[in-house]
Design a protein around this ligand. Structure first.
Ligand code: ADP
Length: 161
């Protein structure tokens, strides 16, 4: 049976930390669906459409076994939609653990058929978060090498306004 996984997140915007998790996930699953979450508790910086388009515009992710979608509501329902039995999440420092532990157990309570699999961040990107990227970029700092080019260009445009 084909192993299909979803990789959910805000991806506001996608960073090289996320991309590293995506590439690593493809070593253990057959198909990966990156799903951008509509989060009612977080105010997005980029729209869902912009975030999805950044991901679709990244050449190295343009592979037959990667799909991009967005979802609103329960992640478990997005898994069912895509026939996925695995949720991929990335772990950076200990500070991620508590939140991820809660989410994983919450999702397991909702569905016993879906397993959350955690992949460790790459050392180079261990401090990277979408919020830090926005903070640096919007204040004039250099984010080359930390995000894909399309994201960097979009952030630089926002800075000039
Ligand atoms: P969320 O709002 O759901 O946490 P994010 O877009 O911030 O969405 O992150 C999505 C997933 O990617 C989370 O599991 C997060 O821990 C992971 N992640 C984010 N940045 C990195 C990074 N630099 N290295 C590894 N994993 C990361």
């Amino acid at each position: 049976m084909k192993k299909i996984a979803v990789y959910p997140g805000s991806f506001d915007p996608i960073t090289n930390g996320h991309i590293s998790i995506i590439k690593r996930a493809l070593k253990v699953v057959d198909e990966l669906v990156i799903v951008v979450a509509h989060n009612s508790l977080k105010n997005g910086f980029f729209t869902i459409e912009e975030r999805v388009n950044f991901i679709k515009g990244i050449e190295e992710l343009n592979l037959p076994n990667i799909k991009v979608d967005h979802f609103e509501g329960l992640l478990i329902d997005a898994c069912v939609k895509h026939n996925a039995t695995i949720i991929i999440r990335g772990l950076r420092a200990m500070s991620d653990f508590e939140h991820e532990f809660q989410l994983a157990l919450g999702n397991r309570r909702l569905s016993k058929d879906i397993e959350t699999v955690f992949l460790m961040t790459s050392y180079n990107y261990s401090y990277l978060s979408s919020s830090l990227i926005k903070e640096i970029a919007l204040n004039g700092g250099d984010i080359k090498g930390l995000v894909p080019d399309n994201v960097r260009e979009a952030l630089e445009k926002k800075r000039r306004k």
